[in-house]
Design a protein around this ligand. Structure first.
Ligand code: FAD
Length: 509
């Protein structure tokens, strides 16, 4: 894409004007806080973030999953100067130890092998710790530029048409502005008129839904396109366990905070259930144990705390359940609705400009889960959201912070990568939740064969997708291309071997 060249004077006037323009970011998740910091660092001075939760580190039991911030996410933490601090509050994947605890109490600890030690470490930390890291940076350095309004929900976004001249003559497009209505928990309602609106409000984005209504083109750019995946539709809840909870019935051996656990239950087949616990740095933090099963599993039918205890005691005879699951937590677990893994989805539109071609009056951008969302199979939710912010930062740099150029530049540079990411999510490892043990085993065999072939014939077979994703220098499109080429080569290799065998058989008298 070519960007119109401006004179220095034009650029400066435009820049200084835009830097002071009001920016509203809806959503103070990872994408929203990172976008606010990135804009402030670039010089934007009037940024307001709406976040409906009460605080950055608000504990939401069913959202208490861990992020693995990899090289892709770290491009953003590097830019914000936060990677060192991130490393101090996280567990590096190079130290990822997993203890499997079977229902008979036997334990086996191993260092997880699928980590590429040639790359810089990725970091495990709870979602709320990552959000707190970003928010503390705002509090420390950017309070003069960024205002975060917690307990504030964006409830409506409208286009208003301003009179273009004092006579009250309305131009068709010139003068269109955005008006946002936000409501606070105390009942007060606020109105904002930002020049730049950023939708970082997650999967059910009100900003995207508004753009869907505004977009008059026939392209359905802001409609999510859904794609199938064997892991979508799985239901999850998180059971909160105390820090250093005991991992045997005698209560003598305790869990260690920086270790992952897979606690396998005693039930088999359809009833089978396990607890998945990821590592954290802080020894005083509670541990979130993920339960992920099909929606028809009996664990979702438990209606009170007593039933939860009873079920867990039968499912996990190796654990002192009543000691590690408090009565309150058992009740909360039963009452919680939990969540469902979404189908992989994305929309091709990620920006909208008001004012038409002649004069830019306002712009809207979508980032993170607001434009792409998927099950957590390959841990790219937060990393792709942070990479979106990074790509937008580059678009701003290339366009001297002129939004009328930067927004289309971001969209044209990002859409094909998002499409590729969705395809990678569908195919990389959707069976890891053991929802179908046979398919899971077949996937493991395929992974092993792929790994061996890639080691011996690297010019024909790229490493398995899991390794490629760890390489943050490769875009999602480049990874998909490599995977497709490898799959093609596997087919050709198979055909060649079959023909060779056939030739041998035919040759044999
Ligand atoms: C069970 C589960 C496990 C996951 N595990 C992983 C994982 O291991 N690794 C990983 O990378 N990703 C994981 N993800 C995905 C990850 O959480 C998201 O991809 C990531 O958080 C996207 O960040 P975001 O800022 O775009 O959106 P979100 O994190 O969804 O943030 C959106 C924010 O906007 C706020 N908001 C929404 N609407 C409004 C409104 N109208 N007004 C004001 N505020 C609003 C919300 O409160 C929220 O704070 C998981 C997701 C789920 C559901």
């Amino acid at each position: 894409m070519t960007i119109e060249t401006k004179t220095n004077e034009d650029t400066l006037t435009k820049e200084s004007k835009q830097f002071g323009d009001p920016v509203v970011i809806v959503g103070g998740g990872p994408a929203g806080l990172a976008t606010a910091l990135m804009l402030a660092k670039r010089g934007w001075t009037n940024i307001t973030v709406f976040e409906k939760r009460p605080s950055a580190d608000y504990y939401e039991p069913d959202k208490s999953f861990n992020y693995l911030i990899d090289g892709r996410g770290q491009k953003m933490t590097d830019l914000l100067g936060l990677t060192e601090e991130l490393s101090k509050i996280s567990v590096p994947n190079t130290e990822f130890y997993l203890t499997r605890i079977e229902s008979d109490g036997s334990k086996k600890t191993s260092k997880l092998p699928i980590i590429d030690s040639n790359r810089k470490p990725s970091y495990w930390l709870p979602r709320k710790a990552f959000l707190q890291l970003l928010y503390e940076e705002i509090e420390r350095n950017w309070l003069d530029r960024i205002t975060v309004l917690f307990k504030t929900r964006c409830v409506e976004i409208q286009k208003t048409r301003r009179y273009a001249d004092p006579e009250g003559i309305v131009n068709d497009t010139e003068g269109e502005k955005i008006q946002i209505v936000a409501s606070q928990e105390n009942g007060s309602v606020m109105k904002f008129e930002p020049t730049f609106l950023v939708g970082c409000d997650g999967i059910n984005s009100i900003v995207r839904q508004t753009l869907k209504k505004w977009d008059k083109s026939a392209s359905d750019r802001f409609e999510m396109k859904y794609h199938p995946s064997p892991s979508s539709g799985l239901k999850y809840k998180v059971l909160t366990l105390p820090p250093n909870f005991p991992i045997d019935r005698s209560g003598k051996e305790n869990s260690v905070c920086d270790r992952a656990y897979k606690i396998n239950g005693a039930f088999r087949d359809k009833r089978s259930v396990s607890l998945g616990i990821l590592p954290i740095k802080n020894p005083d933090e509670p541990r979130g144990a993920n339960i992920i099963r099909y929606p028809d599993h009996e664990v979702w039918e438990l209606t009170n705390g007593e039933q939860v205890w009873d079920f867990l005691e039968k499912a996990f005879p190796q654990l002192p359940i009543r000691q590690i699951v408090s009565p309150e937590e058992a009740e909360r677990f039963a009452a919680s609705e939990g969540g469902c893994f979404p189908p992989p989805q994305y929309c091709s539109g990620s920006q909208f400009i008001l004012g038409g071609d002649r004069s830019f009056t306002a712009g809207v951008l979508l980032i993170g889960d607001a434009i792409h969302s998927f099950p957590p199979d390959i841990g790219q939710g937060v990393n792709s959201a942070l990479e979106d912010v990074y790509v937008f930062n580059e678009a701003l740099s290339q366009s001297n912070d002129d939004l009328s150029s930067a927004l289309p530049l971001y969209e044209s540079g990002r859409t094909s990568d998002i499409k590729a990411l969705i395809r990678l999510v569908q195919t990389t490892y959707p069976w890891q939740y053991n929802q179908d043990p046979l398919r899971n085993q077949l996937w493991r065999i395929k992974f092993l064969v792929w790994l061996i072939f890639s080691r011996f014939l690297p010019f024909l077979f790229s490493p398995p997708t899991f390794f490629l994703i760890q390489d943050s220098q490769l875009s999602y499109s480049e990874i998909l291309q490599k995977v497709r080429r490898t799959t093609q080569n596997f087919y050709l290799f198979g055909v060649a071997i079959s023909l060779a065998v056939l030739a041998l058989v035919l040759k044999t008298p």
